[in-house]
Design a binder for this molecule. Structure first.
Ligand code: ADP
Ligand code: ASP
Ligand code: MG
Length: 440
């Protein structure tokens, strides 16, 4: 069985939903579909929650009304029969009544998760009904019945596997399953989610649980490009990546893939393919265990980075000094992306600023602390093993006109990272593209 995940733009209109239905049923093979909410919906649901937090029911109602108009229009365009239009309209009416119910009572943080879950619940119901109208053999599974996280908010693969295998074994000939990406239950049975963009993670977790032949991530672009197409001109698709390269790119800002999605697929050895709903015959990108020797594959950028430097001539290289520094970050649940050390100082970068003041206060016990805000990490990814002489020179050459705050090379065989000012990001990405990919 193949898992096929369709993102927000791929189910973003009646026409797109029809395309997806055709694409899925063309093959006549068993499929497990994972759908995101229609594009823009999760943002609107977050906006509704924010209004409710601020005790502004009028603001929330305005967004709910706008969303309802959009969905009712989609229903008109999607179904041909009155029966399926009425059936789906009734379902959506109950959804919008549910959202409105929060504007009339006291709102708690627990309910925010239920509100943002409704986007995927709506899109999967609409798609299931459309495929049923088309006479397809399809069944809708609620992700809330099998997707669960543990007390550390990490998915519980054993539970997910047991539930899904039982469902499939119960009806081994079922052609198409549809379920929601993103949403889950937490260890206490409450509705929760796998973080924004987390439908990719759902697909990968399901793929691993059912030992799928392949996990396909269908989106609005023909695979992973060699640079960020939103920023740089003339980017081109990379046809093959190994899991490590894909993980580096996803973590360092290539939005096409959620970083968490790589691990379950890699662990189970299941290839992941990135494909374009708008151009289904394009080759896309295949991510697998196979690496291509001696190639620089792509460049990505991660925004909103803060650099923290601690200088301490007395203590730096004393045994245990780095441990004390890292423990401070750990105690505030803040992960470090880059680290550089020298005889008198250590510099680190973080992407989560929520505890930066507390961290700095504690670091001051050990030395002089300085901070650089509004930075970004530029990450060059490929087979960068140090036996490939000259790759790091090529990358640094492209950065020759850009002030570089930190460089990291050798942490893995797959990445060279540069920490630069956010204002220089576009220039750096373009320059790397010009130099690294000019002949491709
Ligand atoms: P979906 O809604 O299908 O999950 P996303 O918006 O999350 O889609 O991801 C697809 C988008 O990722 C593309 O439209 C593209 O603008 C962006 N993107 C950023 N970096 C890359 C890259 N290196 N290659 C391809 N797409 C990228
Ligand atoms: N709908 C969710 C979001 O917009 C999850 C996803 O699309 O992956 O973040
Ligand atoms: Mg996405």
């Amino acid at each position: 069985m193949k898992v096929m995940k369709f993102g927000g733009t791929s189910v973003g209109s009646a026409e797109r939903m029809k395309n997806v239905a055709n694409l899925v049923t063309e093959s006549g093979q068993q499929r497990f579909l994972v759908l995101s909410a229609m594009s823009g919906t999760t943002n609107s649901l977050v906006e509704i929650s924010n209004y409710l937090y601020k005790k502004n029911p009028e603001g929330a109602n305005e967004v709910i009304n706008r969303l309802e108009v959009k969905y009712m229009k989609t229903i008109e365009e999607l179904y041909s029969s009155k029966e399926w239009k009425d059936n789906t309209k009734n379902f959506l009416k109950s959804e919008f009544d549910y959202l409105r119910s929060f504007t009339k009572e006291l709102f708690t943080s627990f309910e925010e998760k239920s509100i943002v879950a409704q986007g995927e619940i709506m899109s999967t119901n609409m798609m299931t009904n459309y495929m049923k109208e088309q006479g397809k053999d399809v069944v809708l599974l609620s992700a809330l019945d099998f997707m669960r996280t543990d007390k550390n908010a990490e998915p519980d693969p054993q539970y997910i596997k047991e539930k899904l295998v039982a469902i499939i074994e119960n009806d081994p000939n079922q052609q198409i399953y549809i379920t929601q990406g993103f949403i889950c239950r937490n260890a206490y049975g409450e509705i929760d989610n796998l973080q924004r963009g987390g439908s990719d993670y759902t697909a990968s977790l399901i793929g691993a649980a059912i030992n799928a032949e392949e996990i396909q991530i269908w989106t609005d672009i023909d695979g992973m490009h060699n640079n960020d197409p939103r920023i740089v001109d003339k980017t081109t698709p990379v046809h093959r990546l190994c899991f490590e390269e894909a993980a580096e790119l996803a973590y360092f800002g290539a939005k096409i893939l959620h970083p968490t999605c790589v691990q379950p697929a890699k662990f189970s050895g299941i290839p992941v393919r990135l494909l374009n709903t708008m151009n289904p015959s394009a080759e896309g990108t295949t991510i697998s265990n196979t690496s291509e020797k001696g190639k620089i594959k792509a460049v990505a950028a991660k925004d909103s980075i803060t650099a923290i430097k601690i200088k301490s001539s007395r203590m730096l290289l004393a045994t245990g000094f780095l441990r004390k520094v890292f423990e401070i970050f750990e105690s505030y649940q803040t992960s470090i992306d880059m680290v550089c050390t020298s005889e008198v100082g250590v510099s680190m970068s973080i992407d989560d600023n929520s505890h930066v003041n507390e961290i700095v206060d504690e670091l001051k016990k050990y030395g002089t602390v300085t901070i650089d805000n509004d930075m970004c990490i530029i990450c060059v990814v490929g087979d960068l093993d140090w036996s490939n002489v000259g790759f790091e020179t090529l990358a640094t050459d492209a950065m020759k006109d850009i002030p570089v705050r930190m460089i990291s090379y050798g942490g893995s065989n797959y990445n060279i990272s540069f920490l630069i000012k956010a204002v220089d990001k576009k220039r750096a990405l373009q320059s790397l593209s010009n130099l690294l990919f000019k002949n491709r």
